[in-house]
Every structure is written in structure tokens, then in C-alpha cells.
Design a protein around this ligand. Structure first.
Ligand SMILES: NC(=O)c1ccc[n+]([C@@H]2O[C@H](COP(=O)([O-])OP(=O)(O)OC[C@H]3O[C@@H](n4cnc5c(N)ncnc54)[C@H](O)[C@@H]3O)[C@@H](O)[C@H]2O)c1
Length: 267
């Protein structure tokens, strides 16, 4: 028996990276998983991997900045799995430039995916969860899990819009947790540190264009200087924590944005 047996789960941006790791882990825990991404081919691949594990799954092309896409995703999840228990609003992007180099478009694009996308996903999920009702205790109404970052606890140079967006996710997570508590829905965020995905390949390369650091040097220097463990994080490590947040073990936890980062942010 998996700890999420039969739970109906959505993971956004789950075609690769941390989202893929979360989708696979929740499926290993027994959940039925809606896999969605702007890159449909990647979502289809991950959904295929989940099918091989046994749970129900489907892949869908979803742009989280489009409310109609997000509403259609929740509707399809309910049509396929009968209900919605867990929303993981994972999709996010980073524009790696100084503030002086950020264009208005860079700013708007980052906030659209990272903040508005989370807002659309959370509200659409909550509307469905409220319809389903609860059993009278916190956590029994559903679980909403947002992707923030260590950049939600301290701003990062070269990632100004990204840092602002992740602070916004943390603030919204707190506000929505307060609003959803009467419905017994928990709202939490996970804050990854430095995880070896395409996003960090981009950060390493783009910061190097400013500083002259060669490929891989910014990543290595950041890991050595910032992480107590001196190890790059993996999607699987982040997914382990999200699996906890999605489970009944985390029923009494809400409004939190906890770092899973090998010891960068100590609170
Ligand atoms: N990698 C890290 O070190 C790190 C650290 C802290 C936080 N995060 C956060 O983790 C999350 C996942 O990041 P990752 O490292 O796996 O990055 P990634 O770039 O490997 O994956 C992000 C996925 O989101 C998808 N996506 C982008 N825009 C989308 C949209 N509008 N609608 C739907 N899907 C969209 C992409 O196609 C991609 O599959 C992001 O929210 C990111 O900010 C990552």
C-alpha cells in the first residue's frame, strides 16, 4: 500500500526536472497523476513512465499563465480520476540578467508564470476541493502545494524578477492558507535550493556571461560557498518532501514555505 493510494494529483511543469521527479514519486506512492507542461512531448513521456508504474495518468498541454488552460486541466482531472486531492503548482521559469538589463517583457513573463500561474492553479484547485467537502479536520479538504525557492527567503543577484516572484509565492501561500483553513485545505510551499536541472544549467551559463566564469564554475562555486552538504540537490530529494506535504502526515501543517536545500537557508 502506498501512502497516496488512489489520490488524484496534478503536477504542473512536470515534463522535466523537479516536476518530473515529483510526478514520478507521487505515482510511486500510489497517486493517479495528471502530467502537464507547455512542452507536450515531455509531458507525454513522463505520463508513459507513470503508466508503467501502474497508476492512472494522462498528459495535457497546459500553459499555467492561461486561466482557461488551468480550468480545463482541473476539469479533465475530475473527469479522469473522479476528484482532485492534491495540486502541485510547480511550473516556473527564471530570467537570468541584472535588474538593469531586465526588459519589461522579462519582468512580466517571469511574474506571469511564477506568480499568476500559481494563483490560477491554486484557485481552480480550491474551487473543486471545496465542492468535494472535508471530514472536519485540517488537511482533509485537500492539499495545495506551491513551488517557491530559497530565493523566496533572500534575493539573488542576476535573478531579480525571479526573486520577487518567489517572495510573492511565499506571501500568497500564507494568505491563501489563512483563507482556506475553514475549508480544511492546507496550503504550503517547498523551497528547493540548488538542484541539478535545466534551470541551473541556464543560471550557470548566463551568470558566466556577466562574470567571465566558465561553464560549470558558477554552479560549483555556489555549491561550495552556500550548501552545508556541498552537494547539488536532486529532483528526487525535493520530491521526497513534496510527497510528505501531499500525505496525511502533513495534515497539521499549513502556510509554511520550507527549504529543502542541503542547508543553505537556516531558519
Ligand atoms: N532547479 C533549481 O535549483 C530550483 C531551485 C529553486 C526553485 N526551483 C523551482 O522549481 C520549479 C521547477 O524548476 P526546474 O528546476 O525543474 O526547471 P525546468 O526548467 O527543468 O522545468 C520547468 C518545467 O516547467 C515548464 N513550464 C515553463 N513554463 C510553463 C508554463 N507557462 N506552463 C506550464 N509549464 C511550464 C517547462 O516546460 C519545464 O518542463 C520552478 O518553479 C523553479 O522556479 C528550482
Amino acid at each position: 500500500m502506498g501512502k497516496l493510494d488512489g489520490k488524484a494529483v496534478i503536477v504542473t511543469g512536470s515534463g522535466r526536472g523537479i516536476g518530473r521527479g515529483i510526478a514520478l514519486r507521487l505515482a510511486q506512492d500510489g497517486a493517479n497523476v495528471a502530467v502537464c507542461d507547455v512542452i507536450i512531448e515531455n509531458a507525454q513521456k513522463v505520463s508513459g513512465e507513470i503508466k508503467a508504474l501502474g497508476p492512472k495518468t494522462f498528459a495535457m498541454k497546459v500553459d499555467v499563465t492561461k486561466k482557461e488552460d488551468v480550468d480545463a486541466l482541473v476539469a479533465k482531472t475530475v473527469a479522469e480520476f473522479g476528484r482532485l486531492d492534491v495540486m502541485v503548482a510547480n511550473a516556473g521559469i527564471g530570467v537570468v540578467k541584472t535588474s538593469l538589463d531586465h526588459t519589461e517583457e522579462d519582468w512580466d513573463k517571469t511574474l506571469a508564470v511564477n506568480v499568476k500561474g500559481v494563483f490560477f492553479c491554486d484557485v481552480a484547485a480550491a474551487r473543486q476541493m471545496i465542492k468535494q467537502g472535508h471530514k472536519g479536520y485540517l488537511g482533509s479538504g485537500g492539499k495545495i502545494i506551491n513551488c517557491a525557492s530559497i530565493a523566496a527567503h533572500g534575493g539573488w543577484a542576476y535573478l531579480p524578477a525571479y526573486s520577487a516572484s518567489k517572495f510573492a509565492v511565499r506571501g500568497f501561500t500564507q494568505a491563501f492558507a489563512k483563507e482556506m483553513a475553514p475549508n480544511k485545505i492546507t496550503v504550503n510551499a517547498y523551497c528547493p535550493g540548488i538542484v541539478g536541472t535545466d534551470m541551473w544549467t541556464l543560471i550557470d551559463e548566463k551568470i558566466g556571461e556577466y562574470t567571465g566564469a566558465k561553464k560549470g564554475e558558477t554552479l560549483k562555486a555556489s555549491v561550495d560557498a552556500l550548501i552545508l552538504a556541498k552537494e547539488v540537490g536532486t529532483p528526487e530529494q525535493v520530491a521526497g518532501y513534496v510527497s510528505y506535504l501531499a500525505s496525511s502526515d502533513a495534515d497539521y501543517m499549513t502556510g509554511q514555505s520550507v527549504c529543502i536545500d542541503g542547508g543553505i537557508v537556516l531558519v
